[in-house]
Design a protein around this ligand. Structure first.
Ligand code: GLU
Length: 285
C-alpha cells in the first residue's frame, strides 16, 4: 500500500493565518482557535495573515465582512497582512484571487487529476448504502470517474479530484499527534471545482496557503480529514505543504459543535452584553 507522509513546516520564517468565512457572525469557537493561531505566530516571532474566505456567494454578505474585521479587532486580534492592511502576497480576499485558482485547476486538469461529474447530491445519496459520520460527506461512489465527460465551455459541471484508492495519507498534527487516513475509504473523490464556476474550499485553501507561504495552519479539528485531502492536492500541484495544528472544537451543552447558528455566543452578542475579551480569554493560556 502506498503511503504519503508529511511532517513538514520546517525552517522557513513562521507565517500563520486566520481564515474566516464571512457567511455569519464569528463566535467563541472561532475566537478560541484563532487565539491559538495568534499565539503560535507570536511565540515564533512570525507573521499572522487575515484571509477572507468569501467564495460561497450564496451565503456571504457584505455586513458579515465588516463584522468579521470589527469583531476580530475588538477581541484583540492583530494581523500584519490582510484585506484591510494589504501585504506582499495579496489580495487577501478569496473572491479576488480567481486567476490563481483557475491556473491551479488547469494544471490538475491537464495532468488528469480531476474529472467532470454530473451527479447531484441526491444521486450520490442513492448510490451509497453504508451510513457515514454526519460531519463528513460520504465518499463519492465513483459514478463518473471513468466516463471522461467533456463539458462544453459554457456548461457548468462539478469537477472532482481523483484520489488514489487505498493510499494511506499520514501526517503528524502538532496538536493531535500522528494521523492516518486512507484515501478512497475515509474520504473519496472530492470536489475541487463547483458547478457554479467557483473553486471549492479544498482547492482554494491549498492554493492560498501555498501562495501566501503559510508555514503552519492552525484550525479546528473538524478539518483533520480535509488535511489528508489537501496533502494529496499539494502533492499533485507540486507545492510544499505547511505544518498543521488542529484545535479541539468547543461543544455546546448538547455536545454539538458551535456553529454560526449559536448567535448567543457570537463575539458580537458577547460584546453587546458588556463582556470583556480579557474575561472571555481566562484559562486560554
Ligand atoms: N474558512 C474556513 C472556515 O471558516 C476555514 C478553513 C481553514 O482554516 O482551512 O471554516
Amino acid at each position: 500500500m502506498a503511503e504519503t507522509a508529511s511532517d513538514l513546516g520546517g525552517a522557513r520564517p513562521y507565517r500563520g493565518r486566520l481564515a474566516p468565512s464571512p457567511n455569519g457572525l464569528l463566535h467563541l469557537g472561532h475566537a478560541r482557535t484563532f487565539w491559538k493561531a495568534q499565539r503560535r505566530a507570536e511565540e515564533q516571532g512570525g507573521i499572522l495573515i487575515l484571509r477572507s474566505e468569501d467564495l460561497d456567494r450564496s451565503r456571504v454578505r457584505p455586513e458579515f465582512v465588516s463584522a468579521m474585521v470589527e469583531d476580530l479587532l475588538w477581541f484583540g486580534f492583530r494581523w500584519q497582512e490582510g484585506p484591510d492592511v494589504g501585504g506582499p502576497v495579496g489580495p487577501y480576499t478569496q473572491s479576488e484571487r480567481m486567476p490563481l485558482y483557475c491556473e491551479a485547476f488547469e494544471r490538475l486538469r491537464r495532468s488528469g487529476w480531476v474529472y467532470a461529474c454530473r451527479c447531484t447530491r441526491r444521486d450520490i445519496h442513492h448510490a451509497i448504502s453504508a451510513p457515514h459520520p454526519s460531519d463528513e460527506e460520504p465518499p463519492y461512489p465513483g459514478t463518473c470517474r471513468d466516463l471522461a465527460l467533456q463539458p462544453g465551455p459554457s456548461q457548468g459541471m462539478t469537477w472532482r479530484f481523483r484520489v488514489p484508492q487505498g493510499e494511506v495519507v499520514s501526517f503528524t498534527d502538532q496538536g493531535f499527534g500522528p494521523q492516518r487516513f486512507t484515501s478512497g475509504v475515509d474520504f473519496g473523490d472530492f470536489v475541487v471545482w463547483r458547478q457554479d464556476g467557483s473553486p471549492a474550499y479544498q482547492l482554494a485553501v491549498v492554493v492560498d496557503d501555498a501562495a501566501m507561504r503559510v508555514t503552519e495552519v492552525v484550525r479546528g479539528a473538524d478539518l483533520l480529514v480535509s488535511t489528508a485531502r489537501q496533502l494529496l492536492l499539494y502533492r499533485a500541484l507540486g507545492l510544499e505543504a505547511p505544518a498543521f495544528l488542529h484545535c479541539p472544537l468547543i461543544l455546546d451543552e448538547s455536545g454539538k459543535r458551535l456553529a454560526k447558528r449559536h448567535d448567543a455566543l457570537s463575539l458580537r452578542a458577547l460584546r453587546g452584553e458588556g463582556r470583556l475579551p480579557l474575561s472571555i480569554r481566562v484559562g486560554w493560556g
